[in-house]
Design a protein around this ligand. Structure first.
Ligand SMILES: Nc1ncnc2c1ncn2[C@@H]1O[C@H](COP(=O)(O)OP(=O)(O)O)[C@@H](O)[C@H]1O
Ligand SMILES: [Mg+2]
Length: 277
């Protein structure tokens, strides 16, 4: 890649909000009795307000990495610090948006979003109903409060997932391929919307994707993962101005340069991963 690529080393000058130190995660696989090292020696600092996209082939440990930050998976070695404190469990400072939405099918849209507050025992007092409604309005679902997930399209279900994450006002949003299950057109629209929404709220975001375009369009930095074992291959500063719209960015020479570079990097990774399976 040309010298315009900043590998991200300069990013550590401000105290990071998220600090990942020597992170290794192994799983004991009961079926084979073996231990599988999912990620090894991962180091990353994320500044407050930064939008980091994580890109890599299937199975390279992206979800594992995010789950440790979420407090859902324990490290085998190393640690994750948020605001200087080690992560040991989920907490109100972090919210997760899952690829498969993870909605409660027996609850309405309103009650699914309400669940974001319920989990944190924050339903006391009067204000919570307004907060739930605001989150629903923010993601464009006003009028669907009483609908059930099965009555909604995939894109709309993921809007519920977003509202449930936003309602608790976390500092950090952890998004694991949130648009992976919606159709291509909806995906484009929601990408733009998510970018704008997050720019407005100033949240710190870790956004996993296997789409090169998505990683460039949304990210301030792109963390590229490699497989066997899962680890960070490189970190690339996108250097694209904001606000970005899908249409404008796609003709930007920098976008094209990044896309070609990442395409080559990932093609190599995907081939390696396929061969060593
Ligand atoms: N709970 C688990 N038990 C055993 N192996 C797991 C578990 N979760 C993930 N893995 C394995 O760890 C590796 C990384 O998985 P994952 O983090 O889901 O990768 P990605 O999200 O990049 O597809 C894969 O080989 C996967 O099969
Ligand atoms: Mg995954």
């Amino acid at each position: 890649m040309t010298s315009t690529i900043d590998r991200g080393e300069g990013a550590a000058s401000v105290a990071p909000l998220i600090s990942v130190r020597g992170l290794t995660v192994g799983y004991d696989v009961a079926r084979t009795g073996n231990r599988l090292i999912a990620i090894e020696g991962v180091e990353l600092d994320v500044r407050e307000g930064e939008f980091v996209t994580v890109l890599g082939p299937s199975g390279c440990g992206k979800t594992t990495f995010m789950n440790v930050i979420a407090g859902l998976v324990k490290p085998s070695a190393g640690q994750v610090l948020v605001g200087g404190e080690p992560v040991t469990a989920p907490g109100p400072d972090r919210a997760v948006v899952f690829q498969d939405y993870a909605l409660l099918p027996w609850r309405t849209v309103f009650d699914n979003v309400k669940f974001g507050l319920e989990m944190q025992k924050r339903l006391k007092g009067q204000g919570w109903r307004d907060r739930v409604q605001e989150a629903i309005d923010m993601v464009g679902l006003a009028g669907f409060e009483n609908s059930y997930p099965r009555e909604l399209s995939g894109g709309m279900q993921q809007r519920v997932g977003l509202a449930r994450a936003f309602v608790a006002e976390p500092r950090i949003l952890l998004m694991d391929e949130p648009l992976g299950a919606v159709d291509a057109l909806t995906r484009e629209v929601m990408r733009d919307e998510i970018g704008k929404l997050i720019a407005k709220t100033g949240k710190t975001v870790i956004f996993i994707t296997h789409s090169i375009e998505e990683a460039i369009l949304l990210g301030d930095r792109i963390v590229v993962f490699k497989s066997h074992p899962g680890a960070i291959k490189e970190v690339i500063e996108t250097g694209l101005s904001r606000p970005r719209s899908e249409r404008n960015v796609q003709s930007d020479p920098r976008f094209i340069e990044l896309r070609d570079y990442l395409w080559d990097a990932l093609e190599h990774e995907a081939t390696e991963a396929a061969i060593s399976k």
